[in-house]
Ligand binder design. Structure first.
Ligand code: HEM
Length: 407
């Protein structure tokens, strides 16, 4: 039922790859294919007051940028939305937009929060949550997979990780939905600033309350850790809790809704899943390669460097497109085929290199739990209305997917 027009590579000069509207309202597969073939390190010239930037589309070049800490940094922002609009206010404070030694040390602290004990605990409640949501959806008959199923899965897991009180969870979900993307083309940016600030304030209060406490939830770990002999300051505390929330919630939701749509659009793969012909871990990787919840990564060149034969200058804004690299025909056979048995499947959905997603285990567990639940509990999924794509150039997914599940 996907009705989005295909963006025409011949009109590339008029397309703005940083535009949320372009990504919400068009299919960009043909544009990525064209760029990979003819102009893999593409310079998008300035548009009005917006500065120009590089768009890197081939797997090998994306790999180079992700791994090259010496020439690419994140401190001006790690997405076009911030890089082209004055930088990231959490620069040098939130892990995802911090470089160098400080990044490595804070990352070490956060990593402890993903202990095996914590992940086992979350895994158990995750499957229960998913099964419960699917059973409710089955009882309802008609439902919205994005709102009724996906939106309730990652937030629960991330809230477990941070030990957020039950009563606050719905409030945080509403805020995260507005912080980075929008259901509408013309939503004022103030909505997103207000949402971000409210999330930060919430975590500031929570972290304060947990200073001096013992426990292995992420907020307690951050509130009581020492880096270079000093505790994290209030800004670092708030920003890193916020980073986990924002990094962990919306991406996971989009991976799940995208997986459900892919199963609807590929009935042979739905049958393979149902018949137990595919291994769940393998199927999870393909769902993640396919759905690309994070469309691109943003970097600033910190020194002159050559990528794919093109000269990039220090200070240039660089974007690496996961949505393109995950479909690179030189790496993935039949890249436009959704194939739950695909192996090997070294996609970039969680990026690569020093900023590789810290929550990748959790992201994988969520998608796997949904595939498992669908396989056991649902016999048929039908799409009953048009899906609605979100307006964002960084996040990719649906705010609505009307479906009918049959037991
Ligand atoms: C980083 C995607 C789930 C926390 C990243 C990056 C990507 C990504 C692409 C790299 C950004 C960059 O290179 O600039 C995803 C996807 C997910 C997911 C697709 C789900 C399907 C999670 C979860 C958490 C999380 C569940 C935490 C609970 C983080 C953090 C970073 C990160 C903290 C920054 C790591 C660093 O800079 O060292 N994620 N993520 N993510 N993600 Fe995720």
């Amino acid at each position: 039922m996907t009705t989005r027009p295909i963006a025409d590579p011949a009109a590339l000069d008029e397309l703005d790859l940083a535009s949320p509207t372009l990504h919400a309202e068009h299919e960009l597969g043909a544009v990525w294919r064209h760029l990979r073939t003819h102009d893999p390190v593409y310079w998008q010239p300035p548009r009005g007051t917006q500065r120009g930037f590089w768009a890197i589309t081939r797997y090998a070049d994306v790999n180079q940028v992700y791994q090259d800490k010496a020439h690419f940094g994140v401190e001006n922002g790690n997405a076009l939305a911030t890089l082209l609009h004055g930088g990231d206010s959490a620069s040098g404070v939130m892990l995802a937009v911090t470089d160098g030694d400080r990044h490595d040390k804070v990352r070490g602290v956060l990593k402890k929060g993903f202990s095996k004990r914590m992940l086992d605990l979350i895994g158990h409640s995750l499957q229960e949550t998913v099964d419960g949501l699917l059973l409710d959806a089955l009882e309802k008959g008609d439902c919205d997979a994005a709102r009724d199923v996906s939106s309730n899965v990652p937030l629960g897991a991330i809230c477990d990780l941070l030990e957020i009180p039950d009563g606050d969870r719905k409030y945080l979900l509403d805020l995260t939905a507005h912080a980075w993307s929008s259901d509408y083309a013309d939503e004022p940016p103030e909505e997103s600033w207000v949402a971000k600030n409210e999330i930060l304030l919430y975590f500031s209060r929570l972290a304060k309350a947990r200073r001096g406490a013992t426990g292995d939830d992420m907020v307690t770990l951050l509130a009581n850790c020492h880096v270079d002999g000093l505790p994290l300051n209030q800004a670092e505390l708030m920003a890193n809790c916020y980073g986990l929330m924002i990094g962990g919630d919306e991406t996971g939701r989009h991976a799940i809704t995208g997986t459900i749509l892919a199963l609807i659009e590929n009935p042979d793969q739905w049958r393979a899943l149902k018949n137990g012909d595919v291994d769940l871990a393998t199927a999870t990787e393909e769902a993640l390669r396919w759905t690309v919840p994070s469309l691109h990564g943003g970097r600033t060149a910190t020194a002159d460097v050559v990528v794919g034969g093109r000269q990039i200058r220090a200070g240039d804004v660089v974007s690496v497109w996961i949505s393109s690299a995950n479909r690179d025909e030189t790496v993935f056979a039949g890249p436009d085929r959704f194939d739950l048995a695909r192996t090997p499947n070294h996609h970039f959905t969680f990026a690569y290199g020093s900023h590789y997603c810290l929550g990748h285990y959790l992201g994988r567990m969520e998608v796997r739990a949904v595939l498992d639940g669908l396989r056991r509990l649902v016999s048929r999924i039908e799409q009953t209305g048009d899906e609605k794509w979100i307006y964002s150039s960084i996040l990719h997914g649906m705010s609505s997917l009307p479906v009918k599940f049959t037991a």
